[in-house]
Design a protein around this ligand. Structure first.
Ligand code: IPM
Ligand code: MG
Length: 379
């Protein structure tokens, strides 16, 4: 038994040293890129697996259409990034093959299709790897249901918490297992800053800080404290503490839920509650997601790669609505708010008008994208 304990203690020393180095790198920080004012911006298109390439290319078509002037003037460039397929990742045994990662790092923003994560085995999720490699620390997930008075934006911490050491826990076989959750000062400060800046710039006056600080006293306790320290710089915004369990209930409490505006929360709680929120909006297929860092930003649908649709030959009937929502977030991030608004309006119309059944008889993905462009043209 002693040898297990010694090994675990040694591992813990390594982990704490690495995480401290990461915190210190973050604290030293880099100047954030001003995505809205770059003289030249490269948009990487990364199809992924299953229906990913089909819906992502529909997204690319719509973006090219909306950004035609910038493309013609050489201000915006699209670049195809291949190699993020499950076949390639399995072949090289890496969540992101080295050449693909190098290509991604030459882009500014990325539109990414869903990628398959195998159950078990050692292959890490491509999503989690990309968030880490590009340091995409803010996972921004909006939920909007106007008829229910719901207009929420979740700022999920996307680079640490329960995820950063998720596959590096310790175990004494048949006896016990421990995983580690990490909250750093700099990591919390930057997600809190992102949430409060969003609130300030969008006329919101309430931010809910969602933790389980009554139980996870160190990690969530610090998360909440640091969020309040940041909040003190925003006197017009009320910062409220909530526990994740009751917040999960409040999202389905019709009497309360419309009072919430912006949420800031650690990684795993954010993962879980944003699926709940997406379901309230109509399902994960209706939600878009932005992964924002200081140097890169990646936009994606939050649904999976639907391998069964491909197996059954129904890929062309995949609904690109979720990836198009992500495209609207991408446009906003690069300073194209007017184009984003047009796309969102066209989406609302086409979601009603088009018949996306996912099978022959319904509309195809390409028809949906075409209809979006027709709507935008008519605006
Ligand atoms: C998400 C997903 C990912 C996560 C998975 C695919 C690793 O659930 O983007 O919410 O857990 O973050
Ligand atoms: Mg999730």
């Amino acid at each position: 038994m002693q040898q297990y304990i010694d090994k675990a203690v040694e591992q813990f020393r390594t982990l704490i040293t690495e995480q401290l180095a990461r915190q210190n790198r973050m604290e030293a920080g880099e100047q954030a890129k001003d995505f809205a004012n770059l003289p030249h911006l490269t948009i990487g298109i990364c199809g992924g697996d299953g229906i990913g390439p089909i819906i992502t290319h529909a997204g690319e078509d719509v973006l090219r259409f909306l950004l035609a002037d910038d493309v013609a003037a050489g201000r915006v460039e699209f670049r195809e990034i291949d190699g993020l397929t499950i076949e390639r990742r399995t072949e090289v045994g890496k969540a992101i093959p080295d050449d693909t990662l190098a290509a991604l790092k030459e882009c500014d923003v990325i539109l990414k299709g869903p990628t398959t994560t195998p159950h078990g085995g050692n292959l890490e999720s491509a999503n989690v790897a990309m968030r880490r490699e590009l340091d995409l620390y803010a996972n921004v997930r909006p939920t909007c249901v106007p008829e229910l008075g719901i207009d929420w934006v979740f700022y999920r911490e996307n680079s640490e918490g329960e995820y950063v050491l998720g596959s590096r826990g310790v175990e004494i076989p048949d006896k016990l297992a421990m995983d580690f959750k990490v909250t750093t000062d700099a990591g919390t400060r930057r997600i809190a800053r992102a949430a409060f800046e969003y609130a300030k710039n969008n006329g919101k006056d309430n931010v809910a800080i969602v933790t389980k600080a009554n139980i996870m006293k160190k990690t969530d306790g610090n998360f909440s404290r640091i969020c309040h320290e940041v909040a003190a710089e925003y006197p017009d915004i009320t910062a409220e503490d909530w526990y994740i369990d009751i917040m999960t209930a409040n999202l389905v409490n019709e009497a309360r839920r419309s009072q919430f505006q912006v949420f800031v929360l650690p990684n795993l709680y954010g993962d879980i509650i944003t699926d709940e929120a997406a379901q309230i909006q109509g399902g994960v297929g209706t939600a878009g997601s932005a992964n924002i860092g200081d140097q890169y930003a990646m936009f994606e649908a939050i649904h999976g790669s639907a391998p069964r649709m491909i197996e059954m030959g129904r890929g062309d009937y995949a609904n690109p609505a979720s990836v198009l929502k992500a495209c609207a977030m991408l446009l906003r991030h690069i300073g194209k708010a007017a184009e984003a608004e047009k796309l969102e309006k066209a989406l609302a119309i086409c979601n009603e008008k088009m018949n996306m059944t996912g099978r022959p008889g319904g509309n195809t993905c390409a028809e949906f994208a075409k209809a979006i462009m027709t709507e935008v043209e008519a605006m």
